[in-house]
Design a protein around this ligand. Structure first.
Ligand SMILES: [Fe+2]
Ligand SMILES: [Fe+2]
Length: 139
């Protein structure tokens, strides 16, 4: 049977900043891997390292984006950073819940991350991508 992904990458989500696009794709792949493990009833011990990867990768990614936004004086930097901070706080709470209550929390985490990824990329990351395109940033 073909493996179902939680999120299918679409090129409309590209920002055209190479490193950021690589990070977004990598994030999608960690999330899909986590989802497959869950579907295959992997143990919490097998899932734990992927959860840690996800959390640390999210903070690396936000730092990368924020660095680019500051470097090129993106006017909505503060607003974007506040959204990242909120996402981080929400994710931290969900991970605490997962640590206490285990795998049954995963569907809630998947819902949260799926919405986050698709909406955040589509709406907010798209804004700086447009700005960078306007001022002619290509990295
Ligand atoms: Fe992003
Ligand atoms: Fe972002």
């Amino acid at each position: 049977m073909e493996e179902k992904d939680l999120i299918i990458w679409e090129d409309r989500l590209l920002t055209n900043i190479t490193i950021i696009d690589q990070q977004h794709k990598h994030f999608v792949s960690i999330l899909n891997l986590l989802y497959h493990k869950f579907e295959h009833l992997a143990s919490k011990e097998e899932i734990d390292p992927l959860m840690s990867d996800l959390v640390s990768y999210a903070s690396t990614h936000f730092a990368t984006e924020e660095g680019y936004m500051q470097k090129y004086n993106f006017p909505e930097f503060q607003e974007h950073k506040a959204i990242h901070d909120q996402l981080t706080a929400d994710l931290t709470k969900l991970i605490e819940k997962y640590n206490l209550e285990g795998k049954k929390i995963l569907p809630e985490i998947f819902d949260f991350l799926e919405n986050w990824l698709v909406q955040h990329l589509d709406i907010y990351d798209h804004k700086y991508a447009e700005y960078f395109a306007q001022i002619g940033v290509s990295e």
